[in-house]
Design a protein around this ligand. Sequence first.
Ligand code: ATP
Ligand code: MG
Length: 160
Amino acid sequence: PLGLHDFINSELQSYKSMTSGNHVTINNKIPEHVEVTADTTTLTRILRNLVSNAVKYNRPNGEVNIEYTANDSFWQLHVSDTGIGIAQKDISRLFERFYRADDSRTKQKVSGTGLGLSIVKEMVDAVGGTIDVKSQRGVGSTFTVNFPIVEDDDQTGDKG
Ligand code: ATP
Ligand code: MG
């Protein structure tokens, strides 16, 4: 199992350059005792894409919060921001390759290829998870990834 709090903190070390432009603060709100079973490469790529968006589409001095919840079958990673938000008409298309919402091109004027979320979606699908978005224009957005809870089979060394 992976200690999620410490894992996220170590990832955040390498994001320093992301936040220097607009002075956004990233808060790791994962409790220290939380352990998950996850492929760290997948988790790193999902986290990096979601956090980079939450920083890019934020306001100056804004915040990004990273949180954890769980139920019987899934654990959730939430990445929320205090940014420009996403119009309802764009939400269903965000995960398409090369799709970029009008607001991010006109108001925020930040560059991007529109590929990050399509890659996130592919990786989430590959692990049997789901991703959803809640957003309010001018207020902010929350991206939630649901990861299936898999039993860590420490007991058996049986590969047969
Ligand atoms: P890149 O390929 O560099 O990630 P990108 O950030 O434009 O480019 P995606 O990460 O796929 O592409 O995001 C697609 C679009 O969804 C963005 O262009 C932006 O319009 C919108 N978007 C994504 N995350 C947010 C967010 N947190 N707040 C507001 N809009 C967002
Ligand atoms: Mg992106």
